[in-house]
Structures are given as C-alpha cells and as structure tokens.
Design a protein around this ligand. Sequence first.
Ligand SMILES: [Zn+2]
Length: 424
Amino acid sequence: MLAWEQDEWSDRYADPVSGIYQHVTENVKAAMVDLGADRDRLESVCVTSTLQETVSAMVQSFPDGSALAKISDSIMSLANVYTGYSADLFKEISSGGPRGIWRIARSMRGGAFGGDVDMLTGLLRYYNVNQRVFGVPAKLGLLLRPESEAVEAFLLLQSMRFVIGHEIAHHVLGHGSVAHAFSPQDELPTCSPDQQRELDADMFALRATQRAAERDAGAPAAHVEAATALGALVGMLVVNVTEQALFLRRGASHPPASTRAALLLGRLGGPAQTLARLFLGDLLAATRASATFEPGARVFDASQMIAHRRVGFLQSEDYLRLVSMLDTAQCREDEALTRFLHRTGSDLAEGAQAALDGDPGAALSAWGLERSRTEEICDSRRVLVFHGLLESLRESFAGRFPSEEETLLTSLVAAQLVARRLSA
Ligand SMILES: [Zn+2]
C-alpha cells in the first residue's frame, strides 16, 4: 500500500489520480512559497490531470496572466514502473550495511548498478506497446520486497512533485506558453525550444521537490536529497519515454533526457550526485531500449516475463503473447511490412508502395482514409501520436477481415510503414 492511501486526505478525493495530483500540487506550491515564489502568481496556475493522449505534461498561459498545467493521467502509472525498479536498489544503499556498500563499489567500477535492466526494459516495453496499439496505460506488476514499499512510495511522490513542479516553475518564472516545453502542444512552435528555460524550470522544480519533502512529517531526512535527485530523474525519463515511444511528432520539445539529466547532475552535490549517476545508467539504458520500434529493437518477450519471479500480472498469458506478437510485427524491416500488405490486397500494396516512395499522404488515401484526416496526419505542425494514426487505419479497415485481430495486425503494419516516414 502506498503511503498516501493511508493518509487522512485520501478520503477527500473520489478519483485517486486527480486527488494525488491535487495533493502534490498543493504541497509543491507551499514549498515554492518557502523558496520565495510569489503567492499570487502561484495561485494563478491550476494543475489538472488529463486523459488526452496528445498531452504528457504541459503548461498553457492565458492573456489574463493565469495558466493551466495539464499532466497526463498515465504519467504517474509509468513513473511507478521506474520507482518500483529503483526502490529495492535504493533501499539497499540507503540502509547502508555491507551489501549496499559492496553494490556501490561494484557499480562504481562498471559505471552502473548492474540491476536487472532487461526486466525494467520489459516492463517499460509492455507499457509502451499497450499505449501504441491499444491506447491504454497497461502495466505488469513488479513484486517489491515489503521493506521497500515505503521507499517506493516516497520516490514516486518525489517524481510526481518534480513533474508538476516543473510545469508550475515555468509559470512562476514567467516563461509564457511558447518556451515551456516539457511536452507536446497542439501546434509545433516556430522557434526552437529554449534550453536555458528548461534547465531553470528543472532547477526550481528540484529545489521545490526537496523542500516539499523536508516539510513532510516523518520523511527520512537523511535520504531526502538522494530521493529527490532520483525522483527528478524519473520525472524526466517518464516524459521522455512517453514522447519517444508514443509520439511521431511532438510539440514544443525539450532537450533529450540525457542532456537534462547531465545538467541536473552537475548541480547536485556529493552522495546524491553519485547515487543519481549510478541509477541514471540503468534507467537510461532501459528507457532507450523500450522506446525503439525499429528492426533490431528488443521486442517484448512474453516468455521471459511470464517466467520472471519478480513480475506478476493479472492478464492471461495469451494476452502477453499477443503483445509480443504485435511488438514483433511493428519492429520488422520495411520489406517484411510491405510483403505482408502485398499479400493482403491490391489497394494495400498500392499504399505500401506510396509509403516506400516517401508519400505518406498517397499511402493513407490508398488505404481509404478521408482526405481531411490524411491532411491532419501529414500536417507537420500538428502533434501526432502513433495510436491516433493506428486507430484511423483500423476504422478504415473495419469489417474487411474475418477477425478483429487480423484488422488490428494489418492496421499496425500499415501504420508502422507510414510512421517511419512521418516522424519528426
Ligand atoms: Zn518545461
């Protein structure tokens, strides 16, 4: 059970996700007041969770000086994958003792922890494939040691404080709508993102995240700095993996997670920096491996995850195998995708050829999409998520094949072939 489920305020909110976001927003704002931020300015920004798939985390400013930060509902769900993975390792280190020290020493030689990166990659991959194909934030469970549960809840809280804090920071620092860039917008900005502003927002969010933890009654004071650094990294990676794996075109983009993380690490001191650096190696490797859908990618391996003693799931094994199959399909070479479509129908073959010729619009028209939708998909100023593209093809192919699964697979193959020509 998470710490906040035991908290008195959990009864105050009907919807747990928006309740948590509200709670986190309140204590991030209080921390920012402690750090000298203007109260009126803070009161003019509202934070809300959203189910919109074109949003990961963003802030929008209005002419009257107010602002609305939108954070995807699924951000916390995904942060939980990272914090679950990190909690046992963090617990070992933070509790000290020979084992933690030994692990640190070994890590220092290798430059990373030597944790189960394959497992983390598999967990993230499962999440990403489900989002791309079905548009749902499905997760596999990670079995934590009971003694790590409180640490996990603390890391998750710090990561959410950082994500929300980053968006509020843009407003507090007066960055306006255009330069903020934790995430996609409806229209791509005409100017390139301002990296200095991103870093400023990161640094203010980091300080607020730390301050908020210091205000918590009963927080393990000795570990606040390290948990804050790790929470900030998780916050960056969650948004990064979402954008890399699920978006074909992102809105106001921010610097790559590795760049932001390097800047952040540079501002940390002593043990927190060492610890964050060690975690970053594993987390970044898994993030990258889970977000690539090109030939040679490490596809979701159902058998490996079913057999893994630390991975639990409520879904059937058949469903996990379906996820593997769909993942394998979308990582095939262009040639294999094209061959599949050739076997399926002449209009599908025609579209495949148009895609290969570098004309995604002609491909989508050949596959029966309406002109207006084709234009939207090809409009380089618009945000485009893979799942939106796939859904349009699925609608167009509906009723054409004997089974739903065949419709899905054909749509997925077509979507991937054209997606490789649409990415920006
Ligand atoms: Zn930003």
